[in-house]
Design a protein around this ligand. Structure first.
Ligand code: COA
Length: 169
């Protein structure tokens, strides 16, 4: 899926590829402490080159990973990353989304979640859920507006669970 923003920036939503290691490394490296904290639970998290290679080559039975890539002439930059993870024998999948700080609240998260629902539906999933830090008000509101129910988690007051059924089309 490709579109152009009101200020003429070309964006493409696509599956992650093995040759995205450098782009993904730059994306994670460029995230603010706060964005990393909300996404990974640690603001100073770093991944090894091997971990990035692993992330860029997901097993399709276990994960669908989508990127939104900005193209500026020959230069590409990742502006968002999102994935759903499947557990064997389970029809519920877990979602995680990260939009680059400068690109938040531009409708990118919404496109990603819609695309992930399409992917989950194709795989006959019946539920999507996400684990959200209770302090992440933006993500909680974002998920609520996308039809997710927000509930307390069994892991204590610092973690919320967002759940939404996936209806067959
Ligand atoms: C949370 C996150 C994924 C949302 O993605 P996004 O691209 O910024 O969101 P979008 O622009 O697509 O949608 C924003 C929606 O959230 C709502 N929203 C929530 N908080 C808002 C705020 N503070 N200001 C304005 N809108 C807000 C908007 O109203 C909009 O919904 P609507 O169109 O139904 O009105 C993104 O901000 C992000 O990556 N945050 C950091 C990492 C993170 O927390 N990831 C989640 C880990 S569990």
């Amino acid at each position: 899926m490709a579109w152009t923003t009101p200020n003429d920036t070309a964006l493409t939503l696509r599956q992650i590829r093995a040759d995205d290691v450098a782009l993904l490394t730059a994306f994670v490296g460029g995230l603010s402490y706060g964005a990393r904290y909300f996404r990974y639970g640690r603001g100073d998290i770093e991944f090894t080159a091997e971990e990035f290679r692993h992330i860029c080559t997901p097993n399709p039975r276990e994960c669908v990973h989508l990127l939104v890539v900005k193209s500026d002439g020959a230069v590409s930059t990742v502006v968002a990353s999102a994935r759903i993870v499947f557990a064997e024998g389970d029809t519920a999948c877990e979602v995680a989304i990260t939009v680059a700080d400068a690109w938040q609240l531009h409708g990118i998260g919404k496109r990603l979640i819609d695309a992930l629902f399409d992917q989950a539906r194709v795989r006959n999933m019946t539920e999507m859920h996400g684990r959200i830090l209770a302090s992440n008000r933006r993500m909680i509101e974002f998920m609520r507006r996308r039809g997710f129910a927000i509930a307390d988690s069994a892991e204590g007051p610092s973690l919320k669970i967002a759940r939404r059924a996936i209806l067959k089309m």
